[in-house]
Design a protein around this ligand. Structure first.
Ligand code: ATP
Ligand code: MG
Length: 455
């Protein structure tokens, strides 16, 4: 493992008066046989005090970014590739469920430090100077068996810190490890403790879970993580609107799964950029079924519910906006009966979200019957888009052959300019060859004439 450590870390260990260990995800992933990429998060730990460690950092010329004496944590300067975080060996005491420990006691005993962690697989230490592993809780066996087992009774481990419920699903997804039966049962009994965790933390974990395939390349990783959230009951706590889709069956000619399973599978079939939209695209269905007895309004209601959910989780605004838009649009022309002129308008109005919408249509289609063939509606829309491009249909006013100054020179008042350009865009929508200065000039004059006539 030594060859894989950043040089800086080895140097630092050599400057320390006592052993410096790497622990956590990097050791786990190394022992599991995964490559450690350039963005590896190096968690380091030691029985040293912060002051001993800080002195070593100074001797070694390592830049310190922050010292948090309460938790014995020192953050080191990121060299833009790796994160380094030092924590002094300690044990934590919790008030039930709350992520931040109520009391911290420092220790020199590595086994005590190991037992304040979450899973045994995350509690294997690598002594940097000695080049040896230290495994107080048998984590190496778990890693070999690809198991997540809690460091103490699962009931207590999850009962102390609700964030561990999310970590269980996220780490299982990223590593491909399976929680053992006790971990699952302990998480299930404590699922409600997720309510005590800050929404931002839940969102961060959920996003990492939805993108967990990026970690080691297993395409089914996000789906697996979501099933753990579902089976432990955590999903029903954080996304009750989505969990309500369990057991709601749909038209058998379109679907083989219930609404929830279809949504989780949609995530698996979706590219990373649209995972939240994939997860939430049918979130309006349980609501509509209860209110209307059918699903007709589910895209519109789903957009509203998705907005509620993402605001509640304090998701970034841009992600919320884009997700809500995709959820709202995902059913458009589902049956391929929409007239081409209308499809053209939808495509133009979708703007930069258009490729994402196509991807969502495809993922939605694939998740109905686990059918990877091209989705008819996506095929139709892509063909219309390509036709529009080939014709030179302008998608934005910037692409119009006439600009604001041109139409004003033709007599369009300043305050009418934006509206006129929009009319010209519409004029070109069904025939890209109209985007020509002479043709558009005639169109402007015609529109001005029309506007002069009494209505
Ligand atoms: P990653 O590969 O994402 O960095 P990680 O397991 O290293 O995964 P970190 O958040 O970097 O996760 O935490 C480092 C280590 O600290 C963990 O492996 C675990 O031993 C411990 N740890 C982190 N968060 C908790 C927690 N909420 N409860 C208990 N132990 C934790
Ligand atoms: Mg880590």
């Amino acid at each position: 493992m030594k060859q894989l450590l950043p040089e800086k870390l080895v140097e630092l260990a050599n400057c320390c008066p006592r052993p410096l260990y790497v622990v956590g995800g990097s050791v786990r992933d190394f022992l599991a046989g995964y490559p450690l990429g350039p963005h590896t998060d190096w968690d380091i730990a030691s029985p040293m005090t912060e002051d001993e460690f800080l002195a070593a950092c100074e001797k070694c010329g390592t830049h310190v970014r922050g010292v948090y004496r309460q938790t014995g944590t020192v953050k080191l300067e990121d060299d833009e590739k790796c994160g380094y975080e030092f924590t002094r060996f300690r044990s934590d005491r919790y008030v039930r469920g709350v992520h931040t420990p109520a009391e911290i006691e420092f220790t020199e005993d590595i086994a005590v430090d190991a037992r304040r962690r979450d899973f045994c697989a995350n509690a294997v230490y690598y002594d940097i100077r000695q080049g040896t592993f230290c495994d107080p809780l048998g984590g190496r066996e778990d890693i070999a068996a690809r198991t997540l087992r809690t460091v103490r009774e699962a009931e207590r481990v999850f009962g102390e810190d609700g964030l561990r419920l999310m970590r269980l699903a996220r780490i299982a997804a990223e590593t491909g490890f399976s929680p053992d039966a006790e971990a699952l049962a302990g998480a299930k009994r404590n699922a409600a403790l997720i309510r005590d965790i800050a929404p931002e933390r839940i969102f961060t974990e959920l996003r990492a879970l939805l993108l967990s395939d990026a970690k080691h390349g297993d395409s089914s990783a996000p789906y697996r993580g979501l099933t753990i959230l579902r089976d432990t009951g955590v999903l029903a706590e954080i996304l009750p609107e989505l969990a309500a889709g369990e057991g709601i069956h749909q038209r058998e000619d379109y679907h083989v799964h219930d609404v929830l399973e279809h949504s989780l599978l949609c995530v698996q079939y979706a590219p990373p950029e649209i995972r939240f939209a994939a997860l939430l695209h049918d979130v309006g269905k349980p609501f509509c079924l209860a209110r209307d007895g059918n699903f007709y309004a589910h895209a519109e209601e789903g957009a509203r519910i998705a907005e509620d959910i993402l605001s509640r989780l304090k998701a970034p605004r841009a992600l919320t906006r884009e997700t809500v838009r995709l959820v709202r649009m995902h059913m458009r022309d589902f049956d391929c009966k929409m007239r081409e002129a209308k499809v053209r308008r939808e495509i133009r109005d979708a703007g930069s979200a258009f490729p994402l919408l196509l991807a969502l249509k495809q993922a939605d289609f694939s998740a109905c019957k686990d059918d990877l063939s091209p989705a008819p509606s996506a095929v139709k829309w892509r063909a219309v888009y390509e036709k529009m491009r080939a014709e030179g249909v302008p998608f934005t006013v910037k692409e119009l052959a006439l600009g604001g100054a041109d139409v004003q020179a033709l007599g369009v008042p300043k305050e009418r300019t934006a509206e006129m350009l929009k009319e010209l865009l519409d004029f070109c929508l069904t025939d890209g060859s109209r985007n020509d200065r002479a043709v558009l000039t005639r169109a402007v004059l015609r529109i001005l004439e029309r506007d002069k006539k009494p209505q």
